[in-house]
Each structure stands twice: as C-alpha cells, then as structure tokens.
Design a protein around this ligand. Structure first.
Ligand SMILES: C[S@@+](CC[C@H](N)C(=O)[O-])C[C@H]1O[C@@H](n2cnc3c(N)ncnc32)[C@H](O)[C@@H]1O
Length: 244
C-alpha cells in the first residue's frame, strides 16, 4: 500500500485522471484563461515558468501557447505523468522534465541548474501535503521566483462545512458524468459516483481552507494575494513576489 502522499505514483490512478477526469473538471477552460490573463497582465514578456506537479503538463503547455519561446520546467514525481508531459510537449531544448518529489525540500536543489522563474503554476497537486509542508513549499516557490514573478496555484481547497462539501461532490460527479456521456464511455452516473467517492486519492487529500492558505502567502511576503477564481472547492489563488 503506497503512503498517502505517494498515491499519485500509481500508474492506474495517473491514467484514470488523464483519461477520465482532467477534461471534466468544472470551469477547466476558464481556469486556464484566467491563468493566461493574469500572466499576460503581470509579466507581459514572461520568459520562464515552472509547472509544479505538472501531470501531463496541461498548465505549462498553456503557458507555452502564449509564450512559445519560454524556458520551461515540468516537475512531477509520477513517471507516467512525466512521460505524458514529455510526449505532449513540443520538442524544444528550452523545456526540461524532472521526476522529483516536492514533498521533500531536496527538489529545489534538483532543479537549481534551471535558474529562477517568472511564473510558477501548480494544478490540483499540493493538497496531498500536510499543512506544515504546504507552507514550506510556498516558501520554496517564493525563493524560486524572480522579483516581480507570479505564483498561481489552481488548487483543491476545503469546504467550510460538510453540507457545502456534499454539494461540491455532487456537482463534481455531475460534471464527470456529463463528460463521460459526451465521450460515450458508457459509464453510469452510479459508477462514476462510486469511483469518485471510493478513490484512494480522495482518502489522501489533506484539504486546507483557502483563506488560511492566502494568509500563509501574505506572511511569506507575496503581494496582491487573492483568489482570482473559485467554484466551491476548486480555487485559483496566488500572489506576486515583490520586485527589488
Ligand atoms: C490532479 S493531478 C494534476 C496534474 C496537472 N497539474 C493538472 O492540472 O492537470 C496532480 C499531480 O500532482 C503530482 N504530484 C502529487 N504529489 C506530488 C509530489 N509530492 N511531488 C511531485 N508531484 C506530485 C501527481 O503525480 C499528479 O501528476
């Protein structure tokens, strides 16, 4: 049995996410639109990015669509995900791929040779870390940003009550079901709900409130910290490392 924060290393879970969940995430296109808008307005000439917990690299590739010449680092501890990110990315010497666990501080050293970044994005990833480590990761991210650099965390955060959590879960299952109907997977809503509620990944979630996470970012020194988009437990938040 894999440790809770290591579940994503399982190939079956990585594949199920890429094939059956990623494109069903509510507001997925809109989330990417807002990420690109914020980058464009904050760092119009962004030249480098890090996609932390990149999966198949969907967020990093979105950045590349706006900044094709950017230097980019894709980092994930799942070999299946890093392979998918590598396959889907343009063949380009400015892109590098690291199989690294950011749950351990050593990841920072492992990518040291890649320099600092104008933009660091992370998508639905950090919420498997305990709060203490989440804060440390946010500090590490701060240290890896160029002055004026932007951190955007598209993240699964906690609901303020079990009632709102139930509403979110049913909303999410509906979204998964309508996606599966569109692609003709033949799965019933009952099957999808069972997969959702019984997923080992769900048991490994360590969700934290959005406002607390924003307060951590402020304490670390980020400015303009805000939640830029949110639907129930899916939030895009972050901040800017002040210029020098
Ligand atoms: C829900 S997927 C999201 C992937 C991608 N960011 C996206 O938006 O589609 C979470 C990703 O975070 C990665 N991940 C989780 N914990 C990690 C860790 N400690 N170190 C590196 N990657 C991690 C998983 O392997 C997985 O690819």
């Amino acid at each position: 049995m894999a440790a809770k924060d290591q579940m994503w290393r399982r190939e079956d879970l990585s594949k199920r996410f890429l094939e059956g969940v990623r494109r069903a995430i509510p507001l997925a296109d809109y989330q990417i639109r807002i990420i690109l808008l914020l980058i464009g307005k904050t760092i119009p000439k962004a030249a480098s990015f890090l996609d932390l917990g990149c999966g198949d690299g969907i967020l990093g590739r979105a950045i590349l669509s706006q900044y094709p010449k950017a230097r980019g680092v894709f980092l994930d501890f799942s070999p299946t995900m890093i392979e998918a990110a590598r396959k889907k990315s343009p063949k380009n010497k400015k892109l590098s791929f690291f199989t690294q666990d950011y749950g351990k501080p050593s990841w920072v050293n492992a990518i040291k040779g890649s320099g600092k970044f104008d933009v660091i994005v992370s998508g639905f990833s950090v919420h498997h870390q305990p709060d203490k480590r989440k804060r440390e990761i946010y500090k590490e991210v701060f240290g890896l940003l160029n002055p004026g650099g932007l951190f955007l965390n598209l993240e699964h955060v906690s609901s303020p009550s079990p009632r709102l959590q139930r509403i979110f879960d049913e909303f999410f299952v509906d979204s998964l079901y309508s996606y599966h109907r569109r692609i003709g997977s033949g799965k019933t809503r009952g099957e999808i709900a069972r997969d959702h509620y019984k997923s080992p990944l769900r048991k490994s979630n360590l969700l934290s409130p959005l406002d607390i996470q924003c307060s951590w970012l402020r304490k670390i020194g980020f400015k303009e910290v805000d939640c830029y988009l949110k639907v129930f437990e899916l939030a895009l938040f972050g901040g800017i490392r002040p210029g020098e």
